[in-house]
Ligand binder design. Structure first.
Ligand SMILES: Nc1nc2c(ncn2[C@@H]2O[C@H](COP(=O)(O)OP(=O)(O)OP(=O)(O)O)[C@@H](O)[C@H]2O)c(=O)[nH]1
Length: 366
């Protein structure tokens, strides 16, 4: 579940409350048009007609405008509350026998509408019941104060407490969701990094490739790098020293290129650098800088003696053509093998070997 999905869920709940609220107002106002006493005609009072008309209009509006924002619910509730107060005053004048029963029923009806449709919106709830409650208390003139106050206070207190609990639980859910989302993000970030070197792994590279902006052919380059004679280094200095060397070489590669370039640990002692928005000359210069930075580390490697007394690196470079990164990597790989054949500590561009004789892998050549 995404954060946006949760927000969308809250919005759809809000919208449903609004529609239910209008529907209940509409139905109740129509019911209030029925005659109070037997034998009377339908009473089309102005406030009841206004509630019906407003409910229909707003229902049509909200159904047509699904993105309507929250404050409208409070405003609509208050307007409806005022109209209900007006309707109760109007209707009470027509009641044949006044014993407070009509006021009580009216009040309960308003609370019924609010409790069902506004149970998650305390402000709208209060704005809806306030005008009719005041109207009822005024009309009653203190005759049934206790009963009416009890009828108003009990649901109001209950509703407020329930609303506070609901808010706490909503806040908790929201916090939990944010926390889970952040954890998911950091797990996802970690899953793209190589733990030894801190560089991107293949998954990280894939993700960066997917977000690579469109470019004209040949403006991004792949540089595949491989530490020379690393097996001999491991065999003679031990695996732990090998790990240290790998970490230092990784840092040197990262240092040598620009921050927008993507440096990946592609395999054991193999690295892939995605150089973005460069031309062939700059790509070659950056690869040369990497080679020099690694040599400048001066990591002793006696078993690399045919090449140097320090750890060295070889590289193959190839442009990405028609967004085909896999083909560019394959081409860079070929150039790398030829570079190894040519004595290691060497950089070679794909176009230098393109269309030339098939080459053999360095191990096969030795
Ligand atoms: N210490 C350490 N060694 C690793 C790691 N991953 C791969 N290696 C070692 O890297 C070495 C790679 O050796 P090879 O593929 O034979 O290549 P090489 O000896 O570097 O020879 P060339 O590439 O031809 O110059 C192997 O001995 C692997 O065990 C790692 O995470 N840590």
């Amino acid at each position: 579940m995404k954060l946006q999905t949760y927000e969308a869920l809250l919005h759809s709940k809000y919208r449903l409350s609004l529609i239910l609220f209008l529907f209940l107002n509409l139905a109740t106002a129509l019911f209030f048009m029925l005659p109070i006493n037997k034998g009377e005609n339908l009473s089309f009072s102005l406030p009841a007609t206004l509630i019906v008309a407003l409910s229909i209009l707003l229902l049509a509006f909200f159904l047509a405008q699904p993105d309507t924002k929250k404050p409208l619910l409070s405003l609509t509730s208050f307007i409806m509350g005022l109209l209900w107060a007006w309707l109760i005053v109007h209707k009470s004048a027509l009641v044949f026998y006044f014993d407070g029963g009509f006021l009580l029923v009216s009040l309960m009806t308003i609370f019924f509408i609010s409790a069902i449709s506004l149970n998650e919106h305390l402000l709208a709830f209060c704005l809806h019941i306030a005008p009719p409650s005041l109207a009822v208390l005024t009309l009653d003139r203190g005759q049934h104060s206790l009963t009416l106050l009890f009828t108003i206070a009990l649901p109001l207190i209950g509703f407020t407490l329930q609303s506070l609990m609901q808010r706490r639980s909503d806040r908790f859910t929201r916090r939990l969701l944010f926390q889970l989302y952040e954890e998911k993000q950091s797990w996802s970030d970690l899953s793209m990094l190589d733990p030894l070197t801190g560089l991107y792994n293949r998954r990280g590279l894939q993700s960066r490739l997917e977000s690579l902006p469109d470019h004209h052919a040949g403006s991004h380059f792949m540089v595949l790098l491989d530490i020379d004679n690393f097996k001999a280094y491991n065999d003679n200095y031990g695996h732990a020293m090998g790990d240290q060397a790998l970490a230092r070489v990784s840092a040197a590669i990262r240092d040598a290129v620009r921050s927008r370039d993507v440096v990946t640990r592609y395999g054991g002692e193999e690295f892939l650098v995605l150089l973005t928005n460069v031309n062939a000359a700059i790509a070659l210069r950056l690869a040369e800088r990497i080679r020099q930075h690694v040599l400048d580390l001066e990591i002793a490697h006696r078993f690399n003696h045919r090449v140097s007394t320090h750890v060295t690196i070889s590289a193959g470079i190839a442009p990405i053509i028609e967004r085909d990164a896999a083909q560019a990597i394959a081409n860079a790989d070929r150039a790398l093998y030829v570079a190894k054949n040519r004595g290691r500590n060497t950089i070679l561009c794909w176009d230098e070997i393109y269309d030339k004789q098939p080459f053999s892998r360095p191990d096969e050549a030795i």
